[in-house]
Design a protein around this ligand. Structure first.
Ligand code: PAF
Length: 299
């Protein structure tokens, strides 16, 4: 059955409930997106379809999480291609609301606050970004909440987020735990091009030279990963130096952090062999394009 496009919250709820009944289903998945979909989103959709009877994806460019109006205007809108990708992955419902549908009273007065975890790393250079992202994720999770499954019980409810946006993922997990949302958050590994570049809707803004230069991010992360795998000291300084050797790349941050709290751990594993679980986070500007990437470290 081809994907069904809906634009109102009422239609989204009705269509999801109808499909759950029709399929006698017991699980519902939601893949929140801002459109401009690529293979990374396809992986989210594929995972959701494999794990749930009914799957919806939202496509909504959320004004609340953009700092400058120009960035919001520049954000690519590719609805037809997005629907084709979601359809090919077997997603049942695409929810593409207008700004008025999501924020009928204009900008919301009350918002989710991301707290100290939202103010560091990406939050330090994008003030208010995570409050805006969490506020819309909270709304989307509520819209997608399944009613009763066919047997009268509540259907399982899962929402899918990319590991690529590690800080967003950590914050969504905290919001769901701290505010008791009845949903399981599923993290899906980062999808990369063959040469290692993490997929992002921003990659389309890189020139060929900038794209080549951007490969240093994943190379530096892989360096840390191989040291962690070998139980060696991570030697973050030499990985930072590798990035600094690329003149088209302006490093913002590069650190090794706790995967849940995103507190820095690098001091502890600079000279001693790496043990445990961590996340290496990196962000840089390549020309005008801000890129982020990360890799889980485990030993
Ligand atoms: O990761 C994104 O695409 C967005 O931040 C999200 C989660 C869809 C909220 O607008």
């Amino acid at each position: 059955m081809p994907i069904k496009l809906v634009t109102t919250v009422a239609e989204f709820r009705d269509e999801s409930a109808r499909l759950l009944r029709e399929k006698k289903g017991s699980s519902q998945g939601l893949v929140p997106t801002m459109g401009a979909l690529h293979s990374g989103h396809a992986a989210l959709a594929r995972t959701a379809v494999a794990q749930n009877d009914v799957v919806a994806a939202s496509i909504f460019v959320n004004p609340l999480q953009f700092g400058e109006a120009a960035d919001l205007d520049r954000y690519p809108r590719t609805l037809d291609a997005d629907l084709a990708l979601l359809d090919s992955e077997g997603v049942h419902v695409a929810f593409a609301p207008s700004v008025d549908e999501v924020y009928p009273g204009g900008q919301p007065l009350v918002r989710v606050t991301s707290g100290p975890l939202g103010n560091r790393w990406e939050g330090a250079s994008r003030p208010g970004h995570f409050d805006g992202a969490l506020t819309v994720v909270a709304k989307l999770l509520h819209y997608g909440l399944p009613g009763s499954a066919h047997d009268g019980g509540r259907a399982a409810y899962r929402a899918y987020f990319g590991q690529k946006d590690a800080q967003q993922l950590a914050l969504v997990r905290r919001m769901v735990t701290d505010l008791s949302f009845p949903v399981d958050i599923v993290a899906v590994p980062t999808v990369r091009d063959e040469d290692g570049l993490a997929l992002s809707s921003r990659n389309r803004f890189l020139s060929a030279d900038q794209r080549d230069a951007a490969l240093v991010l994943s190379r530096a992360l892989r360096l840390l990963e191989s040291r962690a795998n070998a139980n060696e000291p991570l030697d973050l300084d030499s990985a930072v130096a590798l990035v600094a050797s690329q003149p088209l790349v302006a490093l913002d941050y590069f650190d090794v952090v706790d995967p849940l709290t995103l507190e820095p751990l690098a001091e502890n594993c600079r000279e001693t062999p790496f043990r445990g679980e961590a996340l290496a986070l990196i962000a840089a500007k390549v020309g005008p394009v801000r890129l982020i990437d990360n890799v889980p470290l485990s030993s």
